[in-house]
Design a protein around this ligand. Structure first.
Ligand code: FES
Length: 126
């Protein structure tokens, strides 16, 4: 069996929503101390809907694929739904990750939650 699913490889080679949102109103940056990988999520939220989401990931292929999939899963969705996104859901949507790579999907969950927290701390005024 191949180590990585086709979906992981596809999102790694062709990541969706890469980049920066200049007028983002929620930004979250997280890192994994062990591997040193860093992920930054930008959210543009209007009327409690994730209108746009982009990411920058300095990290392994699984982290890039996880960020890409995570952005796809929350784009256009209500904030309440994005809040419930788990790393398991990201990994499942990628048709699985090797056990020792699951922490890469945790980074995506954490980055989105950090960005949502940032948005909330701004008082939803923007
Ligand atoms: Fe660090 Fe994948 S090895 S996020």
């Amino acid at each position: 069996m191949a180590l990585y699913s086709e979906k992981v490889m596809e999102h790694f080679r062709n990541p969706r929503n890469v980049g920066v949102i200049e007028d983002a109103n929620g930004i979250g940056e997280v890192g994994n101390a062990k591997c040193g990988d860093i992920m930054k999520m930008y959210l543009k939220i209007e009327d409690d809907i994730i209108q746009d989401v982009k990411f920058e990931t300095f990290g392994c292929g699984s982290a890039i694929a996880s960020s890409s999939m995570a952005t796809e899963l929350i784009k256009g969705k209500p904030v309440a739904e994005a809040e419930k996104l788990t790393n398991q859901a990201v990994a499942e949507a990628l048709d699985g990750l090797p056990a020792y790579k699951m922490h890469c999907s945790v980074l995506a969950e954490e980055a989105i939650h950090a960005a949502l927290e940032d948005w909330r701390s701004r008082g939803k005024t923007e």
